[in-house]
Design a protein around this ligand. Sequence first.
Ligand SMILES: [Zn+2]
Length: 328
Amino acid sequence: MESFTSVRPIRLSEVEKLVALIRARLPDVVHAGPAPELLERRLSTLIEDGCLIAAIKDGEYAGVLALDLYDRQVIACYLSPALASAGTPRKLFTAVEQRALAYGLRSLQCCILAPALSLMWELGYAPEESEPDTDRPILVRKALTGLADRWTRHVFDLHDELGISQDYGPRHRLEMVRECSQRISIGLDAYEREQWMAPEAARAWESMHSAASSNGIRLQVVSAYRAVNYQANLIRNKLEKGQNIARILSVSAAPGFSEHHSGRALDLKTPGEPPLEESFADTPAYRWLSDNARLFGFRESFGRGNRHSMTWEPWHWCFHATGGVAGQ
Ligand SMILES: [Zn+2]
């Protein structure tokens, strides 16, 4: 039991408890609004995105705050009169603002009623109008760029230069990916270029590669670690050749959002097949990966019909396990 107020994202296993809480607290909204199963689905989506944040005191919700990625909006769900303290809203807002920044949002808005206005001022949110009509809900807004660290601001600058809008992360439900601090060589790729990965992922790749070989499957690397600036250069070059940014982003991730920055992602091919083509999915190599990659901690990131609205990338696999390589 947590006796102090801690703040953390709500887990999927808590959905039922949360739906019951909302239904008990707000019967009118539930009767007039979404059916319970719709509410559950909506909450599950928020939880999958890490956008439903709870303040927990004595094992109970002292407060819950949600970030609606698509409307760049904070939704105040719940504050417990018994358990919330004066500092609870600030803790919740701080956590939600960090989530928003992780998705590349540079400002947040919130629709509030007049009594909440002074609290929102304290939290740094200001109304659009200098004298808002306090009889109606008031839209308040806060810029987040001042809260961003240097790396995040660098990514924002690159996006401004390349014409990438701040809804890229929310639209694809993708968070920014930090560059790995340590990298080791994984040898030459299919085109004789040296490639690099984060150490743990590199070791997992080595095990997976040799297991595939012993099953008669040849896996070749097309791309592994890519720096943010390298990704930006890829896009710059395509812009210079006259392609438009929407088309470029349909095949290349925005700098700051590629799993390749982490040193854990690999683009793979097999001899005799063109690289980065959906036809890779028809090869024995892909079938072998589908059956075995998880044993080495690798997962296909962008499967067919993935929740990121990214095109199917059967060649792109990312290492997720952290507790050593399974299947040894
Ligand atoms: Zn990739």
